[in-house]
Design a protein around this ligand. Structure first.
Ligand SMILES: Cc1cc2nc3c(=O)[nH]c(=O)nc-3n(C[C@H](O)[C@H](O)[C@H](O)COP(=O)(O)OP(=O)(O)OC[C@H]3O[C@@H](n4cnc5c(N)ncnc54)[C@H](O)[C@@H]3O)c2cc1C
Length: 478
């Protein structure tokens, strides 16, 4: 039996953020992390960059947890004994905890269709999912069918296309990303996919699989099939709740928590994809990181007030220029809605404003505007009056120069790089944006933060100029 202190089950990006923030907030006692996987933890949003070959697998692994964290890789937690405050592992040992943090994430959903699973319950030969590094480097043959036209399906289909595969995307709704986009935006996105060479089968329902063949029902109700060497399932993910459920903790879709990440047991917290948080959408990194921050602050300082994340969807697809900010259907109607469709150039924008601030947006094709609009939304800044100029990417920022960010502000969301990390790298000698990218990985994901990194670099340089001691001319006598 080992330890007391804080025990974390899971070693994904949310657990990582939690441990880092716990140290940041000053909690220094023992932290043990159990990870069922025995490979290094990876930053999942970059897996499609491994899939298309633009990043090597080594580039997407997360740095080891900070300092003296004890990481038990290849150690699956199999049972929680809440009465004795013990977590039992598959190896037969047990870890004692003072506080337990569940960060077990989610597992890909495999639809209940004939032929998709083998006798052992795993995906049948030729069928795969995309959640781990091993999934991203799996050989798939020339013709790949992607099932599911949500965010992951769209990103994966385009990544496989870039890697040279012949790709068919099967989606049961009339346009991809139907939960996030209205018809006008969805049809433009479908046109982009088709232009990239992805064959689309929309309004089409998969009915079964046999090796090399996905059976389906066509939009006219007739039966059909797509032939392919491999089938990639992008059909959602299910929170990994088995441990919590077996321990008698309240579970719905995810492990139920309060705003400050407490489960039904005050000594047990749940964060990230495994949790069902009252103020956070499920299954996104931002919401997981916001929960990690709250849990870390609570465990380090004894108090926390959860600050909900602001949802941003930005598929990591070169040239796609798509962003969805906020909730697609806000609970409170906005004061103002601005909508613009420029079908000839494949551009679409819908902005929701309340009190002169951006509460939501769908943007497709506004390459130069997206970064500014994301910043305005994330930081809840007033939107300039000339909305069209904003969309066209003309400078509209208040003339106060680049805004200074607190150290904990995340600048690169793909790689979880904060302003503090960038400043540290800058002071250590990484003075240009490419040098900052090499030192921190900022800008190496979707690239959407490039302007933010450049602005921060400018602030640091300007600050160094004004604080540098003034050189006295030689022989000035002082
Ligand atoms: C290809 C891809 C692209 C994505 N892109 C984006 C994006 O652009 N933006 C975004 O916001 N989100 C994105 N996501 C979702 C995002 O990756 C998840 O929200 C995030 O990974 C959740 O992190 P987590 O730490 O909660 O869980 P996970 O990343 O699932 O990690 C769970 C960890 O728990 C461990 N574990 C599970 N059970 C046990 C157990 N019993 N014992 C010990 N260890 C256990 C696992 O080994 C793993 O280490 C993407 C996901 C994928 C797959």
């Amino acid at each position: 039996m080992t330890g007391t202190g804080i025990l974390v089950v899971g070693n994904g990006p949310v657990a990582h953020r939690f441990v880092e923030r716990l140290r940041h907030h000053g909690r220094t006692d023992r932290v043990t992390v159990l990870d069922a996987a025995d490979s290094p933890a990876c930053h999942r949003p970059l897996l499609t960059s491994v899939l298309d070959g633009s990043l090597p697998a080594t580039a997407v692994t997360l740095a080891p947890p900070p300092g003296d964290t004890l990481l038990a890789a290849g150690t699956r937690a199999v049972r929680i004994d809440r009465a004795r405050r013990l977590v039992h592992t598959e190896h037969g040992d047990a870890h004692r905890y003072d506080r337990l943090v569940l960060a077990t994430g989610a597992t890909p959903h495999v639809p209940d269709l004939p032929g998709l699973r083998g006798p052992d319950g795993r995906p049948a030969p030729g069928v795969s999912t995309l959640r781990t590094l091993a999934d991203a480097v799996r050989p798939r043959g020339e013709r790949v069918t992607v099932l599911g036209g949500g965010v992951l399906g769209v990103e994966a289909a385009l990544a496989l296309r870039r890697a040279g595969h012949l790709v068919t995307l099967v989606h049961r709704h009339a346009w991809p990303l139907n939960r996030r986009l209205d018809r006008a935006a969805g049809e433009l996105l479908a046109a982009r996919l088709a232009a990239a060479g992805v064959e689309l089968r929309l309004s089409t329902t998969a009915t079964g699989y046999s090796p090399g063949r996905l059976a389906l029902t066509r939009p006219d109700g007739g039966r059909g099939a797509v032939e392919g060497d491999a089938l990639l399932l992008c059909t959602g993910a299910e929170p990994a709740t088995a441990l919590a459920r077996a321990a008698g903790l309240p579970v719905r879709a995810g492990v139920l928590v309060d705003a400050d990440t407490r489960t039904g047991d005050p000594r047990v917290h749940a964060i990230g994809d495994c949790a069902e948080h009252p103020d956070e959408p499920p299954g996104t990194l931002r919401s997981g990181w916001a929960q990690a921050e709250t849990a870390a602050r609570l465990l380090a300082t004894g108090t926390a007030r959860h600050r909900p994340s602001r949802p941003v969807l930005r598929p990591r697809t070169p040239g796609l220029d798509l962003a969805v900010l906020g909730e697609p259907e806000p609970a409170t109607p906005p004061d103002e809605t601005i909508q613009l469709t420029d079908a000839a150039r494949g551009r679409y924008a819908r902005l929701h404003l309340t009190g002169g601030r951006l509460t939501g947006a769908v943007l497709l094709g506004w390459e130069r505007a997206i970064a500014d609009l994301v910043q305005l939304h994330q930081r809840d800044l007033p939107v300039p009056r000339d909305r069209l100029a904003l969309l066209l990417g003309r400078p509209t920022r208040p003339a106060t120069g680049p805004v200074e960010l607190p150290d904990h502000a995340v600048v690169c969301h793909c790689n979880n790089v904060t302003a503090g990390t960038l400043a540290h790298a800058w002071h250590a000698g990484a003075r240009s944006t490419p040098e900052l990218a090499a030192a921190t990985r900022a800008t190496t994901g979707c690239g959407g933060c490039a302007r933010g990194v450049e602005a921060l670099r400018a602030v640091l340089a300007a600050r160094a100029d004004t604080t540098a001691p003034t050189r006295q001319p030689a022989g000035s006598g002082r």
